[in-house]
Design a protein around this ligand. Structure first.
Ligand SMILES: [Zn+2]
Length: 75
């Protein structure tokens, strides 16, 4: 029997992007679950906005850079 060397599998493989699941909402005055939406396109990425799921208040934005292979299409 030959024991094959296997690379260690990391359980957190799906967490490539950091997700904010709860942010402080000034209207609700507590940390609330948020939904993410695309706010606008930037020359070097996208700007996403986080909205409170309870009252819809914008509680923050996050800039997401474009993927490298997608950038090859933009000169
Ligand atoms: Zn709220």
């Amino acid at each position: 029997m030959v024991t094959a060397m296997r690379p260690p599998q990391k359980p957190g493989k799906q967490f490539d992007q950091l997700r904010a699941t709860a942010l402080f909402c000034p209207t609700c005055r507590q940390a609330t679950p948020v939904r993410q939406r695309l706010l606008l396109f930037l020359p070097d990425g996208e700007l996403h906005e986080y909205l409170c799921q309870y009252c819809g208040t914008s509680v923050g934005t996050r800039k997401v850079r474009e993927q490298a292979d997608f950038r090859l299409l933009v000169h």
